[in-house]
Design a binder for this molecule. Structure first.
Ligand SMILES: NC(=O)c1ccc[n+]([C@@H]2O[C@H](COP(=O)([O-])OP(=O)(O)OC[C@H]3O[C@@H](n4cnc5c(N)ncnc54)[C@H](OP(=O)(O)O)[C@@H]3O)[C@@H](O)[C@H]2O)c1
Length: 332
């Protein structure tokens, strides 16, 4: 009997090591379980969490085991389905989010299995690369704005002043565009080279984070923020505090120990100004919503760079470097 077909995949075997520790291997194409689809991947987007897990920042929980094929945000074509899959069939183009807890990642490969419940249809207007950018980065921006900041993306609701930090990055560039679908005034922070880019996403005013006023996060028009979608790191509460409105919230998507302490203190003292740590809880219906926005031209995925799977380590090093404008994509 012939053996199982093989695929090219990229994996690591231990914590640490960075891009140099990614190994190119041949592995059997995975078999979908009853509630999973098998995807022939066309694009995989990287997120900082992928290399943070390799670094050991989420040990002992993640990765679930070694070796680990990293990355979770994928787009491709359905080539096989489990016995209980109802929505999808072979030939369908989709976007999916894999899961480090369930599938131990799996995105840096030619094929991957995804839960049907984590997969959405991808219309022909949305390229694989554009679709693959959406799961972690787009859903985080969506959750922060709609759930934590209370922005209604249909434009209804009272006007809110929003600050997006690191607005040029994966999460930030979606956050600016999504915020502008709501009734908002958006201030955004980024490096000097990205000011025109961030304005083109719809930001009303842009701060260069390396200038004194930019570092102080002061709105040039004197606004106080109702919510900060905080996508940068290393900015203390004392910088945000004077810029917040009476009930202003900082939604911190990378909360470290000092942010967690501020979160607890603000809660315990019933402070009106709050720090809200955010952990993404990905939802299929929200991913579907984002894919539709891209189809309708209301949201775009800006692509920093594309790398072939054979050079996945270059994409990995670029993500670790931390200077992406938009999303870093790997293509099998
Ligand atoms: N909680 C969650 O569930 C969740 C979900 C997604 C992401 N995250 C975390 O959120 C963070 C952002 O993710 P990402 O994918 O957007 O990262 P990213 O794409 O790597 O962000 C890179 C961008 O950030 C800009 N930047 C860095 N420091 C800045 C600062 N102080 N002020 C303004 N801009 C700054 C860089 O601009 P320059 O090149 O000009 O420096 C670059 O354009 C990461 O720490 C990630 O792990 C958390």
């Amino acid at each position: 009997m012939a053996g199982k077909p093989l695929m090219h995949a990229v994996q690591y075997n231990s914590y640490g090591g960075g891009a140099a520790d990614l190994k190119h291997v041949e592995l059997p194409v995975p078999t979908p379980s009853k509630d999973e689809v098998l995807l022939k991947l066309e694009a995989t987007a990287l997120n900082p969490v992928d290399w943070k897990i390799q670094k050991g920042q989420l040990r002992p929980f993640l990765p679930r085991k070694f070796p680990c094929i990293p990355a979770t945000d994928v787009a491709g074509e359905v080539v096989g389905v489990g016995s209980e899959v109802k929505i999808f069939k072979a030939g369908d183009k989709v976007v999916a989010f894999l899961n480090y807890l369930v599938t131990n990642g799996g995105g840096l490969a030619e094929f991957a299995v995804a839960k049907e419940s984590s997969t959405v249809a991808r219309p022909s207007e949305v390229s694989a690369a554009e679709g693959s950018g959406l799961p972690v980065a787009g859903l985080t921006a969506h959750q922060a704005l709609t759930q934590s900041a209370g922005v209604k993306l249909d434009g209804s609701g009272q006007q809110k002043n929003i600050l997006v930090t690191a607005a040029s990055g994966g999460v930030g560039h979606y956050a600016v565009q999504l915020a502008k679908l709501g009734n908002t005034h958006v201030t955004a922070s980024c490096g000097a080279r990205n000011i025109e880019f961030v304005k083109s996403l719809g930001a009303d005013e842009v701060l260069d984070y390396k200038t004194p006023d930019g570092a102080a996060l002061k709105s040039p028009s004197g606004r106080k923020y109702d919510a900060v979608i905080h996508c940068a790191t290393g900015i203390p509460w004392s910088t945000f505090e004077p810029n917040l409105g009476t009930n202003g919230k900082v939604i911190d998507i990378t909360p470290g120990p000092s942010a967690m302490l501020t979160f607890a203190l603000k809660k315990l003292t019933f402070s009106k100004k709050q720090l809200v740590p955010l952990l993404l809880i990905p939802k299929r219906e929200n991913l579907d919503f984002l894919v539709k926005l891209v189809k309708e031209g209301k949201l775009k995925t800006v692509i920093n760079s594309k790398h072939p799977l054979s050079k996945a380590e270059d994409a990995w090093a670029e993500s670790i470097d931390g200077h992406a404008t938009g999303k870093i994509i790997v293509e099998p």
